[in-house]
Design a binder for this molecule. Structure first.
Ligand SMILES: [Zn+2]
Length: 381
């Protein structure tokens, strides 16, 4: 018989709901119940099949918002998993217990820690200053439509702008406590159609091969140094993600070639700078292109301040590890909160198994994560 804490039990219960994005499968109901019992005011903000829960306690500022998601990516081929991904299997190691399943690291373990930290803090400090709260969405792993950006509009309308936001996404790389994400790179996708003239492969003088032009363009873009990186960001990177071209016939020169590409960029770049550089490359190569840019997320960084100091202190206290700061990795829903002027940081469990087969998390680390969040709340409020 394995004895679990409230946080660990909650994490297991959430794993046992197969909430593949954007279907919440009742995860937020369980969390809402717990927060209501701890006298939080809750509101459900649902849109287009996406479930969102906003729970608040207190009034006025400062306002600290925890941010998470209850959706998970699909398990993939479940036969490759050692344990059923939605069973919540517990592996007893003696001095620790491993919780197996999809979403254990990303990020139901953290959802449980954030929820129980808030409950514990509010029960022990019913008259705390300011406002504390939790926002959960069921569309973080999808396209975010109807998810966090939808709730951000509600926050703006109700003048509920957080001063601080802690995103519980898995942030640690080798050992629990080693990394705080204090920002994220921006992400821009470009859809490029390189134009040429279609024709018979045997008469190249009568056509203009769009694939050859696309090749030259990709070479130039991939060899461009976009920036040197900055104090808080690694160098910006460019990657081609898709190419399609040709009619399928072996004797037709393609008249157009479609390229999809993506930049993960630092605070030194922006859409205008990227666009200007691409335009000049296209001009130098004398190409005819249609280009459409989509900004998926702006870069953000929290360079310092009380939230970061207090969180670092709480991590060292509970883990004996001094966390380093990083802005590496993909984007998170923190990108929707940062433009409100909120100081956003991300801290959660190890990210070693996110989106992989046999995702699992240490239950000791989840209990410590809850303690870190409680200490952070106590020091800030
Ligand atoms: Zn996540």
């Amino acid at each position: 018989m394995i004895n679990l804490t409230k946080t660990q039990k909650l994490a297991q219960a959430l794993i046992q709901r197969a909430s593949v994005t954007p279907d919440d499968k009742g995860c937020q109901d369980i969390i809402e119940d717990l927060l209501k019992k701890a006298s939080f005011n809750t509101v459900r903000l649902n849109s287009n099949g996406v479930t969102n829960l906003l729970a608040l306690h207190g009034a006025a500022s400062p306002f600290l918002l925890f941010l998470g998601h209850t959706d998970v990516v699909p398990a993939g081929n479940t036969e490759e998993w050692t344990y059923d991904p939605f069973d919540g299997f517990l592996e007893d190691l003696g001095d620790d217990v491993i919780l197996h399943g999809r979403g254990t690291q990303d990020m139901k373990g953290s959802d449980a820690a954030m929820c129980m930290a808030l409950c514990q803090f509010v029960v022990q400090n019913p008259n705390h200053k300011g406002t504390v709260g939790l926002l959960l969405t069921s569309n973080e792993e999808g396209d975010a439509v109807g998810g966090t950006p939808f709730v951000v509009e509600y926050l703006k309308e109700h003048n509920l702008i957080p001063d601080y936001c802690i995103v519980g996404e898995p942030s640690c790389s080798k050992e629990f406590g080693d990394t705080i994400k204090n920002g994220r790179r921006g992400s821009i996708t470009a859809h490029i159609t390189v134009k040429g003239v279609q024709g018979h492969v045997a008469y190249p003088d009568r056509c203009d091969n769009a694939a050859h032009h696309a090749g030259a363009l990709i070479k130039a873009l991939s060899e461009t140094q976009w920036d040197e990186g900055s104090q808080f960001f690694p160098k910006s990177s460019f990657q081609v993600t898709n190419i399609s071209c040709g009619t399928g016939a072996e004797n037709v020169v393609p008249g157009s070639c479609y390229i999809m590409c993506n930049w993960r960029y630092s605070d030194l770049l922006n859409k205008e700078l990227i666009e200007r550089k691409v335009t000049s490359i296209v001009k130098d190569l004398k190409l005819d292109c249609d280009i459409r840019y989509v900004v998926n997320g702006l870069p953000f960084v929290t360079k310092g301040g009380e939230l970061l100091d207090v969180l670092k202190e709480a991590i060292s206290l509970h883990t004996k590890v001094n966390p380093s700061l990083s802005t590496a990795g993909g984007t998170s829903d923190g990108r929707f909160i940062a433009p409100l002027g909120t100081k956003v940081v991300e801290f959660g469990p190890l990210s070693t198994h996110i989106h992989k087969v046999n995702e699992a998390v240490s239950l000791n680390s989840l209990e410590k994560l809850k303690d870190i969040f409680v200490t952070t709340l106590e020091k800030l409020f």
